[in-house]
Design a protein around this ligand. Sequence first.
Ligand code: C2E
Ligand code: MG
Ligand code: MG
Length: 521
Amino acid sequence: MPAFFRSRAGRQWLSLMALGAAIWVVGALLELGDRLAGFVQEFDDYGADKLVLALAVAGTMSFIYSVLRITDLRKEMELRAKAEAKADWTATHDHLTKLPNRYAFERAVFLQKRAKIDEYSDEWERNVTIFCVDLDGFKKVNDLIGHNGGDALLVEVSKRICAIGSADSVYRFGGDEFLIVATGLSEQLEERLSRLLIQAVTRPVYINGFAVEVGASVGYDRWQQGEPLEDTAHRADLAMYEAKSRGPNNYLAFETPMRDKVAMRASLEAKLRVAIKKKAIRPFYQPLIDLKTGEVCGFEALARWTDDDGVSIPPPVFIGIAEETGLITVLFEDLLARACRDALAWDDHITLSFNVSPVQMEDRLLTARIFKALTLNGLPAQRLEIEITENALIQDPASAAAILDELHDAGVQIALDDFGTGYSSLAQLARYRFDKIKIDKSFIATYRDDERQEKIVLAMLALGVSLNIKTTAEGIEEPRQLNHLLHLGCDIGQGYLFGKAMPAEETRIFLQSRSKRLVAG
Ligand code: C2E
Ligand code: MG
Ligand code: MG
């Protein structure tokens, strides 16, 4: 049955036609036409013919009026339908790349696809794989060439992805994340498509004369019959995060342990919140030794957390979660305040080194927080040294420079931590005023056995001398490493050879035993 007859208007039209036909039949049977003619003749003197004519004219005019109104109404309905379709498109598509968005995936398109998949009779066609693609280093592109440049890159990347998958199966899921729904792929083809996606994304994109490059992490999984496709997409997402954690331009198929890892991460996050609230995370202190005199010249505060089950969680793990969840600020304020108080027990020439995470450089109140901790706990600014890594400088170099200048002006010293492992260039480093460079422990651990590493360490030490900046070698574990670094003129040493990070109470004993050793020669 045509759609019109199923609509309310169609049903009304049919009913009226039926009623009209019935009246006409009854009228014909009762010879109403002849009677009307007789009636008009009989009452002709009273103007019955004029009355019938007037009724006929009024009927015709009403009919024409109805047709005009119906035409208007139809036009209005068409306009409304167009506006609705436009609003629907806007809600289900990404304006920049014109790709369907997450909402489209969750709503109509996905449900339709599901219905289609369920209808597929061919086992081969039921092979639905969802790929999740996330760009690596996109934020850096935004920082380097601005948001317009970042937008241009996203448009180009989306075109390249569409050129591989079929266009209606590519979705833009938020910032730099894309989702592709593909059917009929074997395991080998899934891997091949992942590689193709990475190749397509990583080819340089030319924007305003610059060749810009980003990486891509890809995760994928296959749809299990009967499950909502959202579940498949979620697993592809987990696989993508796992691939990303292994470095840029990796791809991985989903495996069950990935889900366990995410569950563990969620439980750790919950525990971390409680631990921070209960102040269960404490600063420990690792000595920094002046290699020329052998004296302790400072302590680096390192966060330590042993959970209720007695398991100690490594700082890179919980600091990473604190950074991602924004808990780092509360943790930082608490640890810095405690460390300032602990440092008061040491001699005045012994400095307190404190790590600042790269994400904290985005905190406009960072310097205010540091000054507050110093003032409230009575530690002179000259006794504090802030350790930052190269990565903290690249996101917003101008604001990083402003933070470092403000700290410097107040007398706080700045050390460049893990030097040699970050992304910054030497030219960029020259923009900042550092008091110290800390050569990363990875160079110290292997440099005696690796000629190239040794040359890099030498170059770093030479850089320190020429810039008139002190150098610290991290991770000194063996006397032969120490002797060699002494020979090369390194200023400060840190490592298990001198001592691991210890609780505040033990630092006093450590200082005493160290000075006794020095006196004994
Ligand atoms: P980092 O600032 O470079 O700290 C030095 C790391 O090297 C510490 O690891 C220390 O225990 C380790 N280390 C020192 N000497 C040796 C050695 O001789 N051999 C070896 N193998 N390792 C040595 P830890 O305590 O696990 O901290 C790791 C990183 O976590 C730190 O690296 C720092 O980036 C971060 N971190 C620790 N505490 C804090 C904190 O309170 N705030 C922030 N933002 N980051 C922190
Ligand atoms: Mg450090
Ligand atoms: Mg370090």
